[in-house]
Design a protein. Sequence first.
Length: 403
Amino acid sequence: MRKLGLLPRVLLAIALGIAIGYVSPGWLVQAIATFNGLFGNFLGFAIPLIIIGFIAPGIGMMGKGAGRLLGLTTFIAYSSTVLAGLLAFFTAQVLYSFILVNQSSQTFDSPEESLVKAFFTVDMPPVMGVMTALFIAFTLGLGMATSKGDTLLNVMNEFRTIVEKLIKKIIIPLLPFHIFGIFANMTYGGQVGVIMSVFIKVFIMIIALHSLYLIIQYSVAGSVSKQNPLTMIKTMFPAYFTALGTQSSASTIPVTLERTKKLGVRERIADFSIPLLANIHLSGSTITIVSCAVAVMMIQGETATFGALFPFILMLGVTMIAAPGVPGGGVMASLGLLESMLGFNATMISLMIALYLAQDSFGTACNVAGDGAITALTDKLIKSDHELDNPMQDNEAKLLGNF
């Protein structure tokens, strides 16, 4: 397995997971689910450490340009997320009147109930939440950027080295096995087949929108960076397929970071932007949630108006930041908005969860692949501003390293 690249390993894990899920006895799938539970809990524990370990020293080594980089990256990411939601809404308004005609509502049992439970679980609570880690990273990073001393920056660089080793020695080698377990469990439970048999038309539209939006993102980034958009997308394929299996933007950070640097993005920009974007750029998930929400409303005989959906889209870009590292976290974080802003009842919530979980990995993959486009765009926009021409010395740059 080690002789294969990461992308072949991910594809092999997906194929084996589906095959094993069809033929395995329950106890074997339960053992696989136990490993997945342990590894998933460990990922949850590591995510805040990854955020602080990358973002804080990244901001600190940016110098005076850190504030501008943070603001610009955040603005582009949030704008991308909102535009993705609007694209999904207007497309759904046009297409659903044709593809969902004469569709009757159907109620599903909770999708989680069809999955095999683990033999046991071990709680590995993170030391802090994702938002807390982000704020700590911003505070420390901006403080180091404006401070004359370098003691704390050296400490954070050493902490970053520890996080890198954690990722390279433990997380990356185990990712294919985690992906294998996810697909085996979902196949064994029949979850994907049952849900997609009902929502296949909506599913196809969502995947098409993901592809279209990635083309739009890379067309913009390619025109600014003077690169071929299709070549850039091809470079990001390993990150896309990794996210397809992990269903987690945060878990895919190492792969996304490595592929983004191959786009020609400067290391200091990529090291800062990719961990940040994994938590704040959710264009694919927004396309999915908005498309699913409009579909569920139409299936239930309700009208999805722009006046109701636009505030919902604006809030989604903020609310889903709370759970980007958790598979299915996007829809879970949005449930409060669905109830309070769109008036979803229990039946509609059930339908929403069922449709979202059937293709959660595709939304996450779209998020991850789009991070490369935004980082490439940010790199060129920052480069045109001379604030970042000399905030880092060569010997400091070496500390950032590659995966």
